[in-house]
Every structure is written in structure tokens, then in C-alpha cells.
Design a protein around this ligand. Structure first.
Ligand code: GTP
Ligand code: MG
Length: 725
């Protein structure tokens, strides 16, 4: 990962990890668990080396996502259209040459390859096949953006079904597209993800949530500023924010179509005000960040500046109307291209959005603070290895201490046992909060019960059934639903259930976070004790005393646990989502609903209220089935109720967390025991080879000390003030 202004730190971290890796892998003076250490160092190395910030562009079709990405890239690489356009997830990053990699689910057939090659010959571009026919790499003769755009058209556009029908089978096999562009504008530690327009309920939505949002650092939700109050998918966005914990920027796009006084970033009037009202209705935090933007102007500005289009092209573009004052000034300008491009760029507000985007990714994005985590890892691990060498040196210098160590071994083990018991106690409290029980006099219902309490029948009636009936009563929704075989009704039911479950899981989330934080802090103290014991192993007489560890130092131990970040990155990825399975549960019961009301279809003469009265029991039953009993999904297969899906997931998540914590403690304790036993078993050798050992260990000691000191400097530089103090 490249960090703006932090390349030096990054390079040092990679180098330091390599040195630590070398030490534990091949040094005869490392006596710990090589395989375990190697894994966690490798894990850190991989994160720093190839992890990138992922920024997902999301929003309804035609809202201007692809245009905006092109603006970020500085050229029209991605297809754009006045009609629905993008049909596949597309990942874009900077590369040494322009290329396109297409991953297929099945091998490409000869006819398909021939057909595609014929299209690409015109560009011109060539295709290389690898991975037994499942990976296509496309290379271009020129690095102009149009080449990329033309090569994508047959593969990822909605229009391709009409224009390239003979490539339909190949399109069906496309799993993932990775674009590398030569862009000088895009930072190379960022991957931009273009997504197909999101419709209210679709498979793409699921794919996006589970496959992409989970591993992203920032979501840009695009909203057409002309319809800001009328976005239907805020509920989905809300779930991203509340359950997935992802940061969302709201981008009011096509702002070039607004009057100047409608552009009000303080959200007090115009589209921003409408958006704020929508936030209120959907329970989205009102301090969410909102940007006015014009992707179209930003793109034109860049294309003009880079000579991809001419001044005349822009002046003739009826979508860009220039105020007469500006047009006049251009006539007198010495460099009209520069001035017009500058004007459009300023109007587009791209510089501001981009600045804020980097600022967020680099400075505020928790998941992205990997460099600091890695520096802490180095600090901690060089410390552990250092302590081991120091213990050995101490014994070599003064072999009489072996007697003391032997005599104290019992005390050491007793202290470690005590720490182990304390940690088990912490975990028992964690379990009680998770599964239900009493902690320090306070009764906790447990995650499952807390969720079920929310799904109490009256609450469902009030919060789900009633709103659905109310919806039927207004704006001709009943009539519309009858006209489309109740499809819109079932969508509305899904929507209300979704809102309801989102609210319940958001409340649960804070319970879970509080439980994990408390557990994490308490375990951190225990781990701190273990490490302190190790450092004092050959300084006698200290085992009986409880060592007091500064809370912030202890938290340092938790920042990067031996497992490679138990409480940070790994846990974040694994347990990051509270409820991933809702989409499946939501289908439950709809089959039943449609079946039940199908029988009414003939009774067209009923009044609206009679219709609603007749529908109500079946609506209620279906909602109950979805939430509590289960039913059939759209394909008639049995589907589990949401309550069960959520509970299973919560318990799995809790079990994962628990195992991680427990392993961490065990590993730390057994490492100290192992070290003590190892030193004692090598007593004869250490006594015999004192001078050689001292001479051999001294430079290694220096190396580890230097690593540790430098790691501390890096941590301080990345996260002032000193978190180790
Ligand atoms: N006026 C104006 N039009 C824009 C702007 N951004 C995009 N458009 C136009 O809106 C249409 C759709 O743009 P796309 O970038 O293809 O939209 P999209 O969100 O990627 O659409 P899908 O791929 O279908 O999801 C195109 O005709 C664009 O030229 C903008 O900032 N202002
Ligand atoms: Mg698009």
C-alpha cells in the first residue's frame, strides 16, 4: 500500500518485517514457535504490500457513476450512456501499462475468443489467454482511454446484448473485471469499484453488499441532485452504515443542472435539504457528508486539459452552457484551453471531493490505519524476541542465575496460571453477555433474546404490518399492486421488514461492540502481564508481584495480537457484519403471499378498504413467516426465518471472536513457559559456551533494539501523541 507522504515509513515497515521474518525463519538463536511467527509476520507483510484502499461508487442507474470515475481517472476509460449502462462490477487501479484482466468462471471457447478478437482487432488490442482459458488479459497498442472503453463495451454494458449478441455466452462467464490504467491522476494505492445501477431489490445489490462493501473503505453513494428527495434505496445505504460500519459520502451529482442558489452544502435548502429530509425519514445520521458534484464537467475539464478533446468540442457541447461573462473572458484569454479547463474543474467540485476522499482514507479510516498497526506489530515482536535474547545473555553472563530461575520456575508457572484463570474469567463474562447470564449483579439477556424481544408480536404489528397497510392506502399503491400481481406489495413488505430488522440489528450492534470492547480491554491487561513476566524472567524475585501495566500500553498489545491483528483487521473482516444473511430470509414467505392473494385476483369489484381487510391476514402471516417461522423462497425452496438467520450468525460471530481471544492468551502464555523450559534445558550448553554466545547474541540484540526504537518513532510519527507512553 502506498501512502501519500508516508512512503518512507511504508518502506521501512516492509524492510523491518523482512528482517524479523529472516530472524525467526533461519536464526539458530530464535527458540520460539517458528511456524506461528512466520504466519503472523507474513500476514502483516501481505497487508502492507498489496492491500489497497477500495472506494465503491454506488447509486441508481444513470446517476453518473461511470462518468464520475472517468473524471477521477482523467479520461473516458469506462463506457457511459444516456441509457442504463454498466452491467458488471469493475475494479480499476493504476498500472504500469493500460491493460484489462477478465476473470471467467469457465474456460473461454475458441469461437468466443475468435469473435472477441475480431472486435478487438479494430481497437487495436490483443488478447492473451491464461489459467486454462479462464483468464483473459487484454493489451492495447495505444494507451488512449477510448481503446479501453471500446474493449469494455462488448463485455460490461447493457447495450451489448443488442450490439454484440454473439458474445452473450462469453459475457455470461465474466466473473470479475480488473482494469489497469496509466492514469497520472489516480493514486496507486486506491482501487475504484464501479457498480451497476442499483435497483430496489436485486441480486446485484446482494453481490455488492457481501462481495464488495465488506472489503471496502469508503462508499460514495451517488444521488441525482434533480431527484434528491426521492431516492428509494436509502434503507440499503442505512444498512451499510449501521451494520457494516462503512463510511458513506453522499454525492449530489449533475449539480451543473442546478441554479446557483440551489447549491447549499449547509443542507438548508434545495436538493441538499430534500436529502436531509430523506435522511430523517430513514434514520441516517444527519451529519453525514454531502457533496455537490458534476462528474460531467470534471471529465470534460480533464479531457480538455489533456488534449483528448478540443476547445471547439466543449464550446459546441449543449450540455455545457457558459455564463456570458466567462465566454467573453475566454475570447480575450492567452490560453483559453487552460482557462476553460480550470473553470470547468472548479465548477465540478472534483478537487474538493478528491481532497476530502484522500483525507478520509489516510487520516480517519480506521480499517486503513494498517501502517501504524504494522509498526506496533514490529515494536511488539522485536520486543518479544529481544526479551528472549536478553534472558539468554543474562544467564550467560551470570550462570548462577540458573539456580534462581529453576527455583522460581514454579512461581512463574503459578503466575501464568493465575493470568490464564483471569483471562478465562473475562471470557466467562463475555459468554454471559453473549448467551445470557448475570455479570456483576446485572442480568444480560444475551444477543439472541435481545433480538427476539424486539420481534415481539405487537411491535411487528405496529412497525411492519401497519406501515404496509398504510402504504396500500395511499398514492394508488393498491391499484398498482393489483395490476402487477402484487409484486409491488411484496417489494414493499420486504422494504418494511428490512427497515425493521435493520433497526433491531443496529441496536444489537452497540451491545456487541460494548461487550467486545470490554473483553478486549480486560484481555489486553492479561496479555500485558504475560509480556512483562517474560521481560523479567531472569531478573529474579519479581514473579510474585502483580505487575501493573499502564492501560494504554496494554491496549498496544491488543492492537496487533500475535494472530496478526486479532482485534483489528482480522476480526474486523470476519465479524464486521452483524447480519449478512437477511437477503435470503427476506424472500421467505413471499411465495406464500403471492399464492394466497392470487385467489383474490378475480374479485375485482371489491372496494379498496375491503381489499385491504381481506389482504391483511395474509400480509400479517407472511410477515410473521419471514421474521419468525420461515416459509418458502421465490423458487419454492424452504427458507429459514430471519430470527434464526440472525441468531445463528450472531452466535457464530461470538464464537469466532472468543476463539481468537482465547488462542491469543494461550499462545502468549505457552511462549513464556516454553522459553523458560528451553533456557533450563540448555543450561549446560550456555554455561559451556558463554563467551561465544555473548559474542554471537550481542549484534542481534543491537538489531532488534534498533528495530524496536525505530518502530516507536514510526508509531509516534503516525499517531501522535505517543501511544506507548
Ligand atoms: N448533466 C450532467 N450529466 C451527467 C453527469 N454525469 C453523468 N451524466 C450523464 O448521465 C448519463 C449516465 O451516466 P453514466 O456515467 O453512464 O451513469 P451510471 O451511473 O454509470 O449508469 P449505470 O451504469 O447504468 O448504472 C450519461 O448521459 C452522462 O453523460 C453530470 O455531472 N451532469
Ligand atoms: Mg455505469
Amino acid at each position: 500500500m502506498k501512502f501519500r507522504g508516508q512512503e518512507e515509513h511504508r518502506n521501512w515497515v516492509l524492510d523491518a518485517l523482512a528482517q524479523l521474518g529472516h530472524f525467526i525463519e533461519s536464526d539458530p538463536d530464535f527458540h520460539g514457535d517458528r511456524a506461528h511467527q512466520k504466519r503472523s509476520i507474513g500476514y502483516q507483510h501481505r497487508i502492507i504490500e498489496d492491500a489497497k484502499y477500495r472506494v465503491v461508487f454506488l447509486g441508481a442507474f444513470n446517476v453518473g457513476k461511470s462518468t464520475a470515475i472517468n473524471a477521477f481517472l482523467g479520461g473516458a476509460y469506462l463506457p457511459m450512456d444516456v441509457e442504463e449502462c454498466t452491467s458488471r462490477l469493475t475494479f480499476i487501479q493504476r498500472g504500469a501499462e493500460m491493460s484489462l484482466r477478465v476473470q471467467l468462471s469457465e474456460p473461454v471457447q475458441d469461437e468466443e475468443l475468435d469473435a472477441l478478437s475480431r472486435v478487438y482487432r479494430e481497437i487495436p488490442a490483443s488478447i492473451e489467454v491464461a489459467d486454462s482459458g479462464k483468464r483473459l488479459t487484454v493489451r492495447y497498442e495505444s494507451d488512449r482511454p477510448e481503446g479501453m472503453q471500446r474493449s469494455l463495451e462488448p463485455l460490461i454494458t447493457v447495450l451489448a446484448d443488442e450490439r454484440f449478441p454473439y458474445l452473450a455466452t462469453l459475457r455470461g462467464k465474466v466473473d470479475e473485471l480488473n482494469l489497469q490504467v496509466l492514469s497520472s491522476v489516480l493514486e496507486d494505492d486506491i482501487v475504484i469499484v464501479d457498480t451497476p445501477g442499483v435497483h430496489s431489490i436485486s441480486e446485484t445489490r446482494q453481490e455488492i453488499t457481501y462481495g464488495v462493501i465488506e472489503h471496502s473503505h469508503l462508499v460514495l453513494d451517488f444521488v441525482d441532485s434533480g431527484f434528491a428527495g426521492n431516492i428509494h434505496d436509502l434503507n440499503f445505504i442505512k444498512r451499510i452504515i449501521s451494520c457494516r460500519g462503512r463510511h458513506v459520502f453522499f454525492v449530489l451529482n449533475k449539480a451543473d443542472r442546478l441554479e446557483t442558489d440551489e447549491i447549499d452544502p449547509r443542507l438548508s435548502r434545495g436538493p441538499a435539504w430534500s436529502l436531509l429530509q430523506a435522511f430523517r425519514r430513514h434514520g441516517i445520521p444527519e451529519d453525514s457528508e454531502v457533496f455537490f458534484f458534476s462528474g460531467y464537467r470534471a471529465l470534460k475539464a480533464q479531457q480538455l486539459a489533456l488534449g483528448h478533446i478540443s476547445l471547439e468540442d466543449v464550446l459546441a457541447d449543449n450540455r455545457i452552457s457558459l455564463p456570458s461573462g466567462i465566454a467573453e473572458r475566454l475570447k480575450d484569454s492567452e490560453d483559453p484551453v487552460r482557462d476553460l479547463s480550470g473553470y470547468l474543474m472548479g465548477q465540478s467540485r472534483l478537487p474538493y471531493l478528491r481532497e476530502r476522499l484522500f483525507d478520509y482514507l489516510l487520516n480517519e479510516n480506521k480499517a486503513g490505519a494498517v501502517l501504524e498497526t504494522a509498526a506496533r506489530f514490529i515494536w511488539e515482536h522485536s520486543g518479544i524476541f529481544l526479551a528472549a535474547l536478553e534472558n539468554e545473555i543474562n544467564l550467560a553472563k551470570d550462570p548462577a542465575r540458573f539456580d534462581e530461575l529453576r527455583a522460581n520456575r514454579e512461581a512463574l508457572n503459578k503466575r501464568l496460571d493465575g493470568i490464564h484463570r483471569d483471562a478465562e474469567g473475562v471470557l466467562a463474562r463475555y459468554d454471559a453477555r453473549t448467551h445470557g447470564g448475570i455479570v456483576e449483579g446485572k442480568t444480560h439477556p444475551g444477543y439472541g433474546e435481545e433480538f427476539k424481544a424486539f420481534l415481539e408480536e405487537d411491535n411487528i404489528q405496529k412497525s411492519v404490518v401497519a406501515p404496509v397497510l398504510q402504504w396500500l392506502r395511499v398514492d394508488g399503491h393498491l391499484k398498482e399492486a393489483r395490476g402487477n400481481k402484487f409484486k409491488t406489495l411484496s417489494i414493499q413488505i420486504e422494504h418494511e421488514v428490512d427497515t425493521f430488522v435493520s433497526a433491531a440489528t443496529a441496536a444489537l450492534n452497540s451491545t456487541i461492540e460494548a461487550n467486545e470492547k470490554e473483553t478486549g480491554d480486560a484481555i489486553a491487561m492479561q496479555l500485558g502481564q504475560v509480556q512483562a513476566l517474560r521481560r523479567q524472567m531472569t531478573e529474579m524475585g519479581a514473579f510474585d508481584a502483580v505487575i501493573l501495566i499502564d492501560a494504554s500500553t496494554a491496549r498496544g498489545y491488543m492492537a496487533f495480537g500475535v494472530g496478526g491483528g486479532t482485534f483489528g483487521l482480522v476480526a474486523g473482516a470476519i465479524v464486521g457484519s452483524v447480519v449478512p444473511g437477511i437477503g435470503t430470509g427476506i424472500g421467505a414467505g413471499l411465495g406464500g403471499l403471492l399464492g394466497a392473494i392470487g385467489g383474490f385476483l378475480a374479485r375485482l369489484a371489491w372496494s379498496d378498504e375491503k381489499w385491504i381487510r381481506r389482504l391483511e391476514p395474509s400480509i400479517r402471516e407472511n410477515i410473521m413467516n419471514m421474521l419468525l417461522k420461515g416459509g418458502k423462497d421465490r423458487d419454492g425452496k424452504p427458507a429459514a426465518p430471519i430470527v434464526e438467520i440472525v441468531e445463528t450468525h450472531l452466535l457464530q460471530r461470538a464464537a469466532t471472536y472468543r476463539t481468537m481471544v482465547q488462542d491469543e492468551v494461550k499462545q502468549a502464555i505457552s511462549a513464556v513457559q516454553h522459553e523458560c523450559d528451553n533456557l533450563l534445558s540448555r543450561e549446560a550448553q550456555i554455561r559451556r559456551e558463554r563467551d561465544t554466545i555473548l559474542a554471537r547474541l550481542q549484534p542481534k540484540l543491537e538489531l532488534l533494539r534498533t528495530l524496536r526504537e525505530k518502530a516507536e518513532q514510526v508509531i509516534v510519527a503516525l499517531a501522535p501523541p505517543n501511544p506507548l507512553a
